[in-house]
Write a protein that binds this ligand. Structure first.
Ligand code: PAF
Length: 282
């Protein structure tokens, strides 16, 4: 298995193995890999000649220093999990110094307003950090296809916007959410929950499913009210936001338009661990 911790070494290696027709699949991650990440890798290996997985906990996308500090770092285990999928996958696990060259700062992006909603509103600067690192990684890896999980639907829209505005020749592929047996969306942050909390966190998806049913015959406002009541019943959970938004623009649904596709987005704290989830509504 090829593992690189320097961008120049990875770029040299990729130039030496790729031909003009080679397709490169890229799975950017922050490590603490789980089956959700592995499903992205499987899809990438099926659809491309070469697959690169990056493991990099990107400091510029964390607005909360405690979240950055506590983010699980499990490189050795991650490498084992990648090898289980395919030992030809190339791993890129750089240092902060190598990626940012002493200037650990994000660029300021205009994502046509997608950055001001939900995750962007509650995590100021988050999407500038994501845009900065994903652009840098795309410049290094030069992928044909890049794979992202649907759980971070807003991130997928942001990355698509960045690709469009920067005219980068890469296709963004969104892959379905993988869930635990209790339907909790797989996430590296689940590692920070106790077994009991993981169990109880099934309420997040149950509430989203309930919201989908409500929304079929009720307004966005009534559905949102119902979700807030449901979540408030359990004092262990603090709802940060629940939002029903247009999938394309991410603008909040006020009056339903049958020609638009809507999606519900939720962010919940359980014992200081922040979990997000999403469901398509129509
Ligand atoms: O989704 C993630 O894990 C991160 O936001 C990403 C895309 C790897 C950028 O750091």
């Amino acid at each position: 298995m090829q593992i690189f911790d320097r961008k120049t070494a990875l770029m040299d290696y990729l130039s030496s193995i790729k031909t003009t027709n080679s397709s490169i699949g890229f799975v950017p991650t922050m490590g603490a890999l789980h089956k959700g990440h592995q499903s992205l890798m499987i899809q990438s290996t099926q659809e491309n000649d070469i697959t690169v997985v990056s493991i990099f906990v990107n400091p510029t996308q964390f607005n909360n220093p405690e979240d950055l500090e506590k983010y699980p770092r499990t490189l050795d285990d991650d490498i084992v999990k990648i090898a289980q999928i395919n030992s030809n996958i190339i791993v890129f696990a750089p240092t902060v110094e190598d990626m940012y060259e002493g200037k650990t700062l994000s660029h300021s992006f205009d994502f046509d307003g997608l950055e001001n909603k939900m995750e962007g509103k509650f995590r100021p600067g988050h999407f500038d950090g994501v845009g900065t690192i994903v652009k840098l990684l795309f410049e290094i890896v030069q992928p044909t296809n890049a794979y992202f999980g649907e759980k971070d639907f807003q991130q997928v829209q942001i990355v698509k916007k960045m690709v469009e505005k920067s005219h980068l020749p890469v296709s963004i592929v969104m892959c379905p959410i993988l869930r635990e047996t209790n339907n909790l969306a797989m996430s590296s942050r689940n590692e920070r929950l106790t077994l009991q909390e993981r169990d109880e966190a099934s309420i997040i998806y149950q509430t989203l499913k309930g919201a989908k049913e409500k929304f079929a015959n009720n307004s966005a406002k009534e559905t949102t009210q119902w979700v807030e009541n449901e979540l408030n019943k359990n004092k262990k959970f603090t709802l940060e936001y629940f939002e029903i938004a247009d999938e394309d623009t991410l603008s909040t649904c006020v009056l339903k338009d049958k020609n638009k596709k809507y999606r519900a987005f939720i962010a919940v704290f359980i014992n200081n661990v922040r979990l997000i989830d999403t469901i398509s509504l129509n």
